[in-house]
Write a protein that binds this ligand. Structure first.
Ligand code: PGA
Length: 238
């Protein structure tokens, strides 16, 4: 057994019948290093099981008149323990900034939720050799003024690798993760888990899991098919 985390991000995939089938498939899943983040309306179906449950986003306030939003306080009270924040799809389609993500991280930590902060560069930024500059800016801005980062996990997700079936080389991932850990150490003198995300699947997991400093994976597409996701869990956590 290792301490690596495997996080499933279902995004907005699966309807009710898909969810019911998936629940049958995971009935025997007994692993607290697995975090399932379903679409929020389906979240109650996944609670009170032998794995952890997370949200894909929350708002920054505890309670109030914010139509359509879910608060960290509400999330914690129903049994959620993890929240994905700063995912590139939220940044791209919902115009979330590092500053907004920072406010949401603070709200989550205040409510005892663990945060999975997503950072990563675009293809263009990578081609311009700006990857490290972008990663550092995201880390510095998103973690600004935090007193403790004990409950923060970072997921390195190169945007060009999400849903594309293209991944960086293992050496590139290792280099980025080392850089992220170094920046965090410089800022907080603390160690955190850094996951890799972007086109992780049942075929490449063995190789990706051999990367020296990777502490787990954030899995999108492949997590919605349990036979694939099961292979990933097995490779990483057993
Ligand atoms: P993917 O998504 O595994 O489908 O590339 C990863 C993510 O968006 O977190």
């Amino acid at each position: 057994m290792t301490n690596k985390l495997v996080v499933a991000n279902f995004k907005m995939s699966m309807d009710t019948s898909d969810v019911n089938n998936y629940l049958k498939d995971i009935a025997t899943l007994d692993n607290k290093n697995v975090v399932i983040c379903p679409t929020s309306i389906y979240l109650p179906y996944f609670l009170k099981k032998k794995f952890e449950v997370g949200l894909q986003n929350v708002y920054k306030e505890d309670l109030g008149a914010y139509t359509g939003e879910i608060s960290p306080k509400q999330a914690y009270s129903i049994g959620v323990r993890y929240v994905i924040l700063g995912h590139s799809e939220r940044r791209q389609y919902f115009k979330e900034t590092n500053e907004f993500v920072n406010e949401k991280i603070k709200a989550c930590l205040k409510n005892n939720l663990k945060v999975i902060l997503c950072i990563g560069e675009t293809k263009e930024e990578r081609d311009l050799l700006k990857t490290k500059r972008i990663l550092k800016k995201q880390i510095v801005s998103c973690l600004k003024d935090l007193k403790s980062i004990q409950n923060v996990v970072i997921a390195y997700e190169p945007i060009w690798s999400i849903g594309t079936n293209i991944t960086p080389t293992n050496a590139e991932i290792e280099d980025a993760i080392t850089f992220i850990k170094d920046v965090v150490w410089e800022l907080f003198e603390a160690k955190i888990k850094v996951l890799y995300g972007g086109s992780v699947n049942e075929n490449n997991i063995k190789s990706l899991n051999s990367i020296n400093n990777v502490d787990g994976f954030l899995v999108g597409g492949a997590s919605t098919n349990y036979s694939k996701f099961k292979k990933i869990i097995k490779e990483v956590t057993e």
